[in-house]
Write a protein that binds this ligand. Structure first.
Ligand code: SF4
Ligand code: SF4
Length: 152
């Protein structure tokens, strides 16, 4: 009989403790966000998709050479008078990329960088394996402002 009263008392106490925990959480700032209506801001060091500031690229090929997975491929033409190279094409294979960041680390002009894009679902495989980094709207269909991270 005594044990029954102890059990009932413990049950009441545990319910009360539950209410206290719930009540405290009701007035705390939420740690979650309403994704996908709200999007989390990525940190400066976040490594998203490879992106390019076309005007800064000098076609030195350092990013292509250092890439451990051969995810980058570019072609360029040399101006016979100025001897300067100009980009012709710059292709990124996101399927091969391991997001190591070596390309952006080695780039002497900070032309290539890993952006803040993390929603990278595509309908066709070919869209992932051959992303034209020179196209300004290359990530527009994914719906996130890719260059919003403010990298230098
Ligand atoms: S992040 Fe790494 S794997 Fe991806 S393109 Fe750059 S160097 Fe290659
Ligand atoms: S390392 Fe930088 S400048 Fe050189 S080819 Fe790659 S993106 Fe262009």
């Amino acid at each position: 009989m005594f044990k029954l009263f102890v059990d009932i008392w413990q049950g009441i106490v545990s319910i009360f403790k539950g209410f206290v925990v719930t009540g405290r959480s009701m007035f705390r700032k939420p740690v979650t966000i309403q994704y996908p209506l709200q999007k989390a801001a990525m940190t400066q060091r976040f490594r998203g998709m490879a992106d390019l500031r076309v005007e800064k690229c000098i076609s030195c090929l350092q990013c292509v050479r250092i890439c451990p997975t051969a995810a980058l491929d570019l072609t360029s033409v040399t101006n016979p008078e100025t001897k300067k190279k100009a980009l012709e094409s710059f292709c990124f294979n996101a399927e091969l990329c391991c997001f190591c960041g070596l390309c952006q680390d080695v780039c002497p002009t900070k032309a290539i960088f890993l952006n803040a894009l993390y929603e990278v679902a595509y309908y066709k495989r070919s869209d992932v394996t051959a992303i034209d980094l020179m196209a300004p709207d290359k990530y527009a269909h994914v719906g996130v402002l890719a260059a919003g991270k403010g990298k230098p």
